[in-house]
Design a protein around this ligand. Structure first.
Ligand code: ZN
Ligand code: ZN
Length: 290
């Protein structure tokens, strides 16, 4: 059983549209995952950044009610801001289940409701046509219709989830770890053995989508901000024995040329330290067959 992932948004922090970012895309984090050989045709969505709008338009083309699961890594704007523009939410008969962590004492549903508070958005959460269910998840595992989802808390402000997906009947795996500071900066409630557990969590993963927002100069300047450099991402992928690394959460200040440069430097580092690791840069519209 294989997996197919599609990237609908690879940008971090804030949308960065414009001619200089057109190749990698300006939309923020959203990835869809399908099990092409599964009869259910189910779609699992990872994050609801602004990229989810185009995914919603695609799903609406089928002109039938949509039944999807959305797993939210955390609730910073760039990971939920597209949700109010996700077309299936406005379609009668559609069902959307949203999985994610509480932020402190605040329920995920409360956060999504506030995002659509009438003072900032015209349609309240209760005004949506789709049937909506919000489920809290923390570290551990849960199953989504033939796909096992493993969850680990990562090093980022708030309660942020790293995800690993694998067909329940076995087969290749995909890890989605956007927004994660693998360096020593910051103060996160993840325990002193975090790095060892993280490497085990990723052990032998086929495709790792990982935060690589910064260059080496930037990561020094922004230590404690919750993100990684591309070198740190390569090191983690190599240590875990990942087969492919997808650079993700591109810095909104990096234009296409800057991401090209970052990618070629990441490949040079991988060639030196990571054997056969394949490194690519996440790009809007990119399909990953896993
Ligand atoms: Zn982010
Ligand atoms: Zn974040």
């Amino acid at each position: 059983m294989s997996l197919r992932a599609t990237i609908w948004g690879a940008r971090g922090s804030i949308p960065a549209p414009g001619p200089d970012t057109a190749r990698y895309g300006g939309n923020t984090a959203c990835v869809s995952v399908e099990l092409p050989e599964s009869a259910s045709g189910r779609v699992i969505i990872l994050d609801a950044g602004t990229g989810i709008r185009n995914l919603g338009r695609k799903l609406a083309e089928a002109e039938k009610p949509v039944d999807v699961d959305l797993v939210v890594s955390h609730t910073h704007w760039d990971h939920i801001q597209g949700l109010p523009f996700f077309a299936p939410l406005f379609a009668d008969g559609s069902r959307v289940r949203i999985w994610g962590a509480k932020q402190g004492d605040v329920d995920l549903e409360t956060i999504l409701r506030e995002q659509m508070n009438p003072v900032v958005f015209p349609v309240p959460l209760d005004g949506l046509a789709a049937e909506l269910q919000v489920v809290h998840v923390g570290e551990g595992e849960f199953e989504l219709d033939g796909c096992l989802v493993s969850v680990m808390r990562v090093r980022h402000p708030g309660h942020t989830l790293g995800l690993r997906l694998q067909p329940t009947e076995g087969g290749p795996s995909l890890a989605y770890v956007t927004d994660n500071e693998v360096g020593s900066g910051g103060n996160y409630e993840v325990g002193s053995d975090w790095r060892d557990r993280f490497i085990k969590f990723l052990d032998g993963v086929d495709t790792l989508i990982h935060d690589s927002m910064y260059t080496e100069e930037e990561v020094k300047k922004y230590s404690g901000w919750g993100h990684s450099s591309f070198v740190e991402a390569v090191d983690v992928a190599a240590e875990a024995g990942a087969k492919r690394l997808v650079l993700f959460h591109h810095n909104p200040d990096h234009d296409d040329e800057a991401v090209d440069k970052l990618l070629s430097e990441a490949r040079a580092v991988a060639a030196e330290r990571a054997g056969n690791l394949d490194v690519i840069a996440g790009c809007e519209g990119m399909e990953l067959n896993i």
